[in-house]
Design a protein around this ligand. Structure first.
Ligand code: ZN
Length: 111
């Protein structure tokens, strides 16, 4: 399966990285999160992940292999492969859409 590049882009744009990180259980304050590779941060009192909300990317100053886009985040955080991460993010968009639909349909209810 080879997903089109613009489709991947759409999936990344529809999933804000900080929201995804928080949903996955990461502690985020502003644009700062805690690096999930804590074993690499010996003596580091606050292992920080830096989020770039505008670019929808993140990185860790200490871990060279921690960083990238939303799909990279899901892969690295969960230890999933790319197709699995993409699938999860697609479901997340769908869920979002369903919730919104439910919310808005409430007001339109007749009688
Ligand atoms: Zn790190």
């Amino acid at each position: 399966m080879n997903m089109e590049e613009h489709e991947i882009q759409h999936i990344e744009q529809a999933n804000p990285i900080v929201e995804v990180a928080v949903e996955m259980g990461l502690r985020v304050r502003g644009n700062l999160g805690t690096c999930f590779r804590t074993e690499r941060h010996m003596g580091d009192t606050e292992p920080s992940l830096f989020f770039n909300v505008a670019q929808n990317t993140y990185f860790c100053k200490t871990c060279e292999d921690v960083g990238g886009g939303v799909i990279d985040f899901v892969c690295q955080f969960k230890g999933w492969d790319r197709p699995q991460a993409v699938e999860w993010l697609v479901h997340r968009i769908e869920f979002d859409r369903q919730t919104r639909k439910m919310y808005y349909s409430k007001g339109k209810k007749k009688g």
